[in-house]
Design a protein around this ligand. Structure first.
Ligand code: ZN
Length: 284
């Protein structure tokens, strides 16, 4: 295949697969944003489905954001923050390394914002030569104290990538889940094996997150929802693993498994490209 054909093919996948998935490609158009109040001090800067959600915690001493979309969305994010708070942004937490969640890091750092991620997510960003590397990293868990409020960060294990972090706001009983949990019409589980993801470990990682005491969830993509929906998503990660395993035991072909994932789990071409071979190897 010529290079031009490959470029056209990936552009086609980019559109067909749902643009929200396209974490490696920076769009040149900013997304349309709006802010949704979740709790008195907690907002979600939501967008049409391209980049990831941004969560904003407002405190007297500053604002903490979870994820900062693509670089092209930076000024619109800041415009939304200004509508809800007069305090400066102090922290951005990246839930994982994909550019639709970390693209604004460099612009944030120019404004003296501290960018925090798991050590593994930072390593993935180094490998992918992404700009705006986090300057504070952690393994397993960390707390951020700002303006009398505490935010809890947890890295429970592999799921969408090997660096996934959930951000827990205990006083608001709310969890920002990153792409470990996506929600809405036809936004299925995306296993980024090249980024260290694991469909096999995903369920257990979700179980650890679900053990936290919350009722409201901000998914990585899609509308704000409830813990009950996250439990349903968890069950579907287990069902997917069991179905693939069962088909492999029955000596079904790669194409059979691909077809099953498309029809039963709504996988799109990009999901297959990133996740099929890894799933076949891992769920045997
Ligand atoms: Zn992602």
């Amino acid at each position: 295949m010529s290079k031009g054909a490959i470029v056209r093919l990936s552009a086609g996948i980019f559109l067909l697969g749902g643009v929200w998935l396209a974490f490696t490609q920076n769009p040149n158009q900013p997304a349309k944003l709006d802010s949704i109040k979740v709790k008195d001090d907690l907002y979600v800067i939501h967008n049409d489905f391209v980049p990831g959600n941004t969560t904003a915690l407002i405190t007297d001493e500053g604002v903490l954001l979870v994820d900062d979309k693509f670089e092209v969305d930076h000024s619109n994010i800041m415009a939304e923050v200004k509508k809800i708070a007069s305090q400066p942004v102090k922290y951005v937490v990246n839930t994982h390394h994909h550019a639709d969640h970390t693209g604004g890091n460099r612009a944030m750092q120019k404004m003296d914002v501290e960018v925090v991620s798991s050590e593994q997510a930072r390593e993935n960003m180094v490998d992918a030569k992404q700009p705006g590397l986090p300057t504070v990293t952690f393994k397993h868990e960390a707390l951020i104290h700002l303006g009398g409020k505490t935010v809890e960060l947890y890295q429970f294990g592999r799921a969408h990538t090997n660096g996934d972090v959930v951000v827990y706001f205990p006083a608001d009983r709310t969890l920002a889940a990153g792409d470990m949990f996506t929600f809405g019409s036809d936004v299925p589980e995306l296993i980024d094996y090249a980024g260290g993801g694991s469909g096999k470990e995903w369920t257990r990682t979700l179980d650890s997150a679900l053990a936290l005491d919350f009722d409201t969830v901000v998914p990585g993509h899609g509308p704000v929802t409830s813990k009950r929906e996250m439990i349903k998503f968890r069950d579907s990660t287990l069902a997917l693993r069991n179905r693939v395993h069962e088909m492999l035991v029955q000596n079904k072909t790669r194409d059979d498994v691909a077809m099953m994932l498309k029809t039963e789990f709504h996988w799109q071409q990009l999901h297959l490209n990133l996740g099929l071979d890894g799933a076949l190897a891992e769920m045997r």
